[in-house]
Design a protein around this ligand. Structure first.
Ligand SMILES: Cc1ncc(COP(=O)(O)O)c(C=O)c1O
Length: 381
């Protein structure tokens, strides 16, 4: 059955490629790039994005969970893949079988992995994560020497990298990242002093790689910037200062179409629980997109859309499958008219960053939450 859903996420793969190449040009040639394509490439589709990433200069791919790594392997991707949120010991067999690498912070996982790798006659690659202040995953700097000691005797493990992660690189106040970076540098200095072989070093996400050039070490781990969005407004002035940096381009646009448009008299309530009442004789259009598609309910009565090249307000509660917009004064709105939730129409733009601010969240969450039933429509340019 030929099937087309009016609500769709248009993914511009050329913009993704442009963003990767822009970053590649900006970094020193020896700085490796781990393209972070976890969470289905932040909702953009892991396989197509990962393919373009490795074809355009990404040295490795970062995913969140092992299933995402297996999906990429089964799609024929051969590049190194690292599981950033680590794995459970009972996932060691799959990790080794699919030649995936993982973040590692415990001796018990190291033992399970080495045992499994020995069984499969392979060497498992690990990236040790040091906890420098995020207090999420990672071994504390104090316990790192002991962990390294325990790993030292495990023949089937290869320490490929030492890494950490910043808790606050997206924030305006850079002091916390500075402290984490200093802590990480002390760990690295200690390892060198003790004669430990220091493998590859990485820690920088999008914000850190721009705000703290010294955090790039051997490899950076950009995610959001590859999708053409900014983690926070505090990054814009930093990018503006870089004379030779071309603008990054948004990769996803979220669109739908009017399913019905009708007059609604002044004083009429609209949608569930009557949170909006028309203040004049109005024209209201219904759009087939709702919170089941990932459009957060908190945006009700607090977001705009683009239709016929104009910005108009959304009105009433966000339903599971529908929202309503006020198109009063725009002539001839009819079934099938294209509507932009975020993206561009004519010279009007609604950015994912704008929607995130209005939804009291981050662009990350808006992008990742674009639902499974929203088809991704890929465009090349
Ligand atoms: C460990 C790790 N590295 C890198 C990234 C990429 O971050 P960003 O999308 O801010 O570049 C993430 C994303 O959350 C992450 O968890």
């Amino acid at each position: 059955m030929a099937y087309h859903r009016a609500t769709r996420a248009e993914i511009d793969l050329q913009a993704f490629q442009h963003n990767l190449l822009t970053l590649r040009k900006y970094l020193e040639p020896q700085t490796q790039i781990m393209a972070v394509v976890k969470a289905d490439a932040y909702g953009h589709g892991a396989v197509p994005c990962a393919r373009i990433a490795v074809e355009n200069g990404a040295d490795s791919l970062g995913v969140g969970v092992i299933d995402e790594g297996i999906e990429l392997r089964e799609s024929g991707l051969k590049a190194p893949i690292i599981i950033l949120a680590s794995i459970f010991p009972n996932e060691a067999e799959d990790l080794v079988r699919h030649n995936l690498a993982t973040i590692l912070c415990t001796a018990s996982l190291a033992q399970a992995l080495s045992k499994e790798a020995e069984k499969q006659n392979k060497i498992a690659s690990i990236h040790i994560k040091v906890d420098t202040g995020m207090n999420r995953l990672g071994v504390s700097p104090e316990n790192l020497p002991e962990l390294l000691n325990q790993i030292h005797n495990l023949k089937n493990l290869k320490i490929e990298a030492i890494s950490t992660h910043f808790s606050s690189a997206d924030d305006e106040d850079l002091s916390i990242t500075q402290i984490q970076l200093e802590k990480f540098n002390s760990v690295l200095a200690l390892l060198r002093k003790e004669g430990a072989h220091t493998p590859m070093v990485h820690c920088a996400n999008t914000s850190a790689l721009f705000k703290f050039p010294e955090s790039r070490f051997d490899m950076v781990r950009p995610g959001l910037i590859l999708y053409g969005a900014l983690p926070s407004p505090s990054l814009q002035p930093v990018l503006d200062q870089e004379e030779n940096l071309e603008p990054f381009q948004p990769v996803m646009q979220w669109k739908t179409q009017v399913i019905m448009a009708k007059p609604v008299a002044k004083g009429q309530p609209v949608s569930y629980s009557r949170t909006f009442t028309t203040k004049r004789d109005s024209h209201i259009a219904t759009l087939p997109i709702g919170y089941a598609d990932g459009l957060h309910r908190i945006l009700a009565n607090n977001m705009d859309v683009l239709i016929r090249g104009k910005r108009v307000p959304q009105v009433g509660n966000v339903c599971m499958d529908m929202i309503l917009i006020d198109v009063t004064g725009i002539p001839d709105v009819e079934t099938g008219d294209d509507v932009v939730i975020f993206g561009r129409q004519g010279d009007q733009i609604i950015s994912v960053e704008e929607l995130a601010v209005k939804g009291k969240t981050l662009p990350y969450e808006i992008l990742c939450n674009v639902g499974k039933r929203v088809p991704r429509v890929y465009r090349n340019g």
